[in-house]
Ligand binder design. Structure first.
Ligand SMILES: Cc1ncc(COP(=O)(O)O)c(C=O)c1O
Length: 453
């Protein structure tokens, strides 16, 4: 692929927010809700964006390690995506469920990428957002099993609108919506760096699976009957946490043993982000239901679930309906994106480069004691900051300071984690080598400047 990004990034001409940005931010403040988040983190107004770079209205150019929260895995304005959308725009841009070439092509291509036994053997149900897909997945599991309780995991994020807010672990979202706790029960995610139960690292998966199995088999466990298990194969908002290698295979085994649908939420980990099209492929597991969104629409909102064909015979017409499902522009983009991921060398590069980036962040732990843990697969990499490696006290304030410093130096990088203390590498998969290295240099200099060496 030819170079997609601006050549001269990062380029800071005026400390952000510059005067033109401020003008637009002020107007936005006047009209738009105060509950926004990202305008506090990246205080600028955008002019345009190319590849893995974003230009603000004051002429500053930033390296983008943010990808619109993993929505632009092929970068901004990728000609592959733009051409697909433009061609489709000339034909039809909205129709409800009736087949179009774009829809049929997308279905065929998507099916050919699905993990394990779902490949060319699944049914697809379109939804609109990531949360909507998770909501549909949970409804499907409950409908099939006629059981209400869904087991999710601490640190999980599955959306915040409606009942799915109860699957998302952070209780604030339920409080904002004044929701009751809707039949979700959370087990600890196998988060090696901060596992809440004192056990040897190699026993972590077993402990979680034993807790789950106890719930599934013991009518007196106090939790049940269970209609599904909802898991992020690599946890996103919870802190870019890669589970131990035995966790997902064991989870698959136990859910199969008790005939409980296993739902993999691949909203963030999917579409190539981890160096495979689906993160589930790293552990060769086949979920019964899979949630897909973010990069699948190339920037146009789209989501869907893929599920075991056998479930289809039980579904009535009108199950989980919605006006905007399966937008032709998004499906044309999704088809082009999946084809590119399948037929190019990009995923091998993401795996290799991902290892290099993890190595570079690990090297930086020699110059900064704030770096407590580095983990990830492909381009889903977390750097967890702590005040002190022994106590592991989260260095949330340092993460906030670092994020601001990086922004002012022209690098867009976001955080995640239970305490907001995990720096999060989620650059477009297409990012050029020089922008990886320049970004790493900016990161290294900034963390050095903050101190604690
Ligand atoms: C794993 C996961 N599931 C679901 C969602 C919710 O997606 P949306 O914000 O589109 O509703 C997100 C969003 O970040 C996510 O990371």
């Amino acid at each position: 692929m030819n170079r997609l990004s601006y050549e001269n990034a990062p380029r800071i001409l005026v400390k952000p927010p510059g005067p033109k940005s401020l003008e637009l931010l002020d107007i936005q403040d006047k009209y738009e809700t105060k509950s926004r988040i990202y305008t506090q983190i990246f205080r600028m107004a955008v002019d345009d964006a190319k590849g893995s770079t974003v230009k603000d209205v004051d002429g500053n150019i930033y390296i983008d390690w943010f990808s619109g929260i993993s929505v632009l895995n092929l970068g901004h304005s990728n000609p592959i995506v733009i051409d697909a959308i433009q061609n489709q725009l000339n034909k039809i841009d909205h129709i409800n469920e009736v087949p179009t070439e774009a829809r049929v092509q997308f279905l065929k291509t998507l099916e050919s990428t699905l993990p394990g036994k779902l490949r060319n053997n699944a049914k697809i149900m379109f939804t609109v957002t990531g949360g909507d897909a998770c909501e549909a997945a949970v409804s499907l599991a409950r409908y099939i099993t006629k059981k209400k309780i869904i087991i999710a995991f601490s640190g999980s994020y599955h959306g915040i609108a409606g009942e799915i807010a109860s699957a998302t672990a952070n209780y604030h979202y339920r409080e904002y919506e004044n929701l009751d706790y809707h039949n979700f029960y959370h087990l600890p995610y196998p988060y090696k760096y901060r596992f809440p139960i004192k056990v040897n690292d190699e026993d972590i998966s077993k402990v979680v699976i034993d807790m789950l199995e106890n719930i599934l088999k013991d009518n007196y466990s106090g939790i049940g009957p269970v209609g599904g298990v909802l898991v992020e194969p690599i946890q996103g908002e919870g802190g870019y946490i890669v589970p131990p290698d035995d966790f997902l295979p064991m989870l698959r085994e136990v859910t199969e043993k008790y005939s409980i649908p296993l739902i993999a939420d691949e909203v963030q980990s999917g579409v190539g982000r981890t160096g495979k099209i689906w993160a589930s492929e790293h552990w060769s597991i086949t979920p019964d239901i899979m949630c897909i969104s973010k990069s699948i629409g190339g920037g146009i909102p789209a989501s869907m679930i893929a599920y075991k064909k056998e479930y289809d015979e039980f579904l009535p017409q009108g199950f989980h309906l919605g006006t905007y499902r399966g937008n032709p522009l998004a499906l044309a983009a999704g088809n082009a994106i999946l084809n590119y991921l399948q037929n190019s060398e990009i995923l091998n590069r993401v795996q290799e480069k991902g290892k290099y980036i993890v190595e570079r962040f690990n090297e930086m732990s020699y110059i900064s004691n704030y770096i407590g843990d580095v983990r990830g697969k492909g381009f889903m990499i977390g750097v967890e900051l702590v005040k002190d490696r022994k106590s592991k006290e989260p260095a949330t304030d340092v993460a906030i300071q670092l994020k601001k410093k990086l922004f002012e130096k022209g690098l867009l990088m976001h955080t995640c984690g239970h305490y907001g203390n995990v720096m999060r590498f989620m650059a477009p998969l297409t990012i050029e080598d020089d922008l990886i290295d320049k970004g790493l240099e900016v990161f290294e200099n900034s963390i050095k400047e903050i101190g604690n060496t």
